[in-house]
Design a protein around this ligand. Structure first.
Ligand code: C5P
Length: 405
């Protein structure tokens, strides 16, 4: 045991190890041991078939935690929450990952605890495929791996060598030492690259009161902004997330400031930006707010009614004025003449770069889990394919890093 515990590569990290039904599951015991020796806390979730290859007793003893297989304990009805597991983990490592599990992950099938946990996990997900060479080479498997990669899943390529079938080829699960090193590097990279940087992120929709019961708002779910805040924090930044009302839980390590109206968001954002190295303006802020808020519920009456609105303050434009050496990233959601409008906003609001989403693209914009964006800066434009919001957040964080260096 090393005496300097801070030197352990996975010290304090929480790894959720998923084991599926492959003969390579015997290596999961060694993998679990190595992760523990590297300082990680390990919990294990297995598919029902995986229990045929390695016993829960072995894995429970090595991980020092009970093994999770079923959605609930049949003895006492205690619920194994896949959401809580996904939130607990800093990394979800599925090793070995069979062709069957990879296909189900790509399709979003949720028929066991390991898969439901995958669908609800917000942390980085790493898979180490293990299968026969022809299964691995099959276009169906390759297509599934491409799909998973485009959604941000990290894939540890299998190695060439002798397979359980007696054949030789590519399909052997990567060795536990390599998998442990991969996970340590992945988490380390994220930990350090933005250490010491203070960032603010605005997210979600604002709510503008009309009277005590009604308001004006919009469809923003906050998912994109939360993914960015989580990614920046995972890379070591000190993040203040200024957020409208959402159903999302706070990403790990993020300081969250809840606001309702555009005016409240303005006050919090201006205050936090003064102390920050940069900001990402992801919120869908109301452009107009009722000129007066009725103190009592407005009664209905015959005929039309008119509501007088006044302009809100543009938070991003104000931060653009105060910017100095700080970084400022904007978003634009356009329905027409997208690029011209985005370029105009880049200049007017003094953004370093702008992330353009178009409502015309299938899978982009509000509420969904995917987004299709184009980065526009003063040097040019870069169009990204359809990606998960988590992967878009990573690309944005990568670009932020190039500006902050
Ligand atoms: O609303 P608009 O399309 O001009 O918004 C573009 C960018 O400005 C977004 O990044 C948005 O978060 C930001 N914005 C803001 N305050 C406003 C309106 C927009 O920060 N009042």
């Amino acid at each position: 045991m090393a005496s300097d515990v801070t030197a352990l590569p996975l010290e304090g990290r929480r790894i959720l190890l998923g084991i599926t039904g492959s003969i390579a599951a015997y290596k999961a015991a060694v993998l679990c041991r190595l992760l523990k020796c590297a300082g990680a806390e390990v919990r294990v979730v297995m598919t029902p078939l995986a229990k045929q290859f390695i016993t829960p007793l072995t894995m429970a003893t090595l991980s020092k935690n009970p093994i999770l297989v079923e959605f609930f304990d049949p003895e006492n009805g205690a619920w194994n929450s896949h959401v809580a597991l996904g939130e607990w983990a800093d990394c979800y490592l599925i090793a070995p990952a069979t062709a069957n599990t990879l296909a189900k992950m790509a399709a979003g099938v949720a028929d066991n605890l390991l898969l439901t946990t995958y669908l609800s996990a917000r942390c980085p997900v790493v898979v180490a495929p293990a299968m026969d060479l022809d299964m691995y080479a099959h276009e169906a498997t390759q297509q599934n791996l491409r799909t998973l990669r485009s959604r941000g899943v990290e894939i540890i390529e299998p190695a060439e060598g002798e397979l359980a079938s007696g054949l030789r080829g590519k399909g052997r699960m990567s060795e536990p030492e390599q998998i442990t090193a991969f996970v340590a590097e992945l988490l380390d990279e994220k930990k350090k690259s933005l250490a010491g940087k203070r960032m603010i992120v605005t997210a979600g929709a604002t709510i503008e009161a009309i009277d005590p019961v009604r308001f004006i708002s919009n469809h923003s779910s906050g998912k994109m902004g939360y993914a960015i805040a989580g990614e920046l924090a995972a890379r070591g930044a000190e993040v203040t997330l200024i957020t409208g009302r959402t159903a999302l839980s706070t990403p790990r390590g993020v300081r969250r400031v809840d606001i309702l109206s555009a005016a409240e968001m303005y006050a919090e954002a201006v205050r936090a930006y003064a102390e920050a190295d940069g900001g990402v303006m992801c919120a869908a802020v109301a452009d107009y707010t009722p000129a007066e808020v009725a103190q009592t519920k407005i009664r209905k009456h015959d005929g039309e009614m008119t509501l007088t609105l006044r302009r809100t303050q543009d938070i991003a434009a104000e931060l653009g004025r105060q910017k100095g050496d700080r970084l400022l990233v904007g978003f634009a959601l356009e329905t027409d003449d997208e690029e011209a409008h985005a370029e105009e906003k880049l200049r007017r609001k003094n953004f370093d770069f702008i992330v353009l989403n178009s409502l015309r693209d299938a899978g982009a914009g509000f509420r969904g889990d995917t987004n299709k964006v184009t980065f526009i800066d003063r040097a040019g434009r870069e169009e990204l394919p359809l990606l998960s919001k988590r992967e878009v957040a990573r690309r944005i964080a990568d670009k932020i890093e190039t500006f902050l260096k």
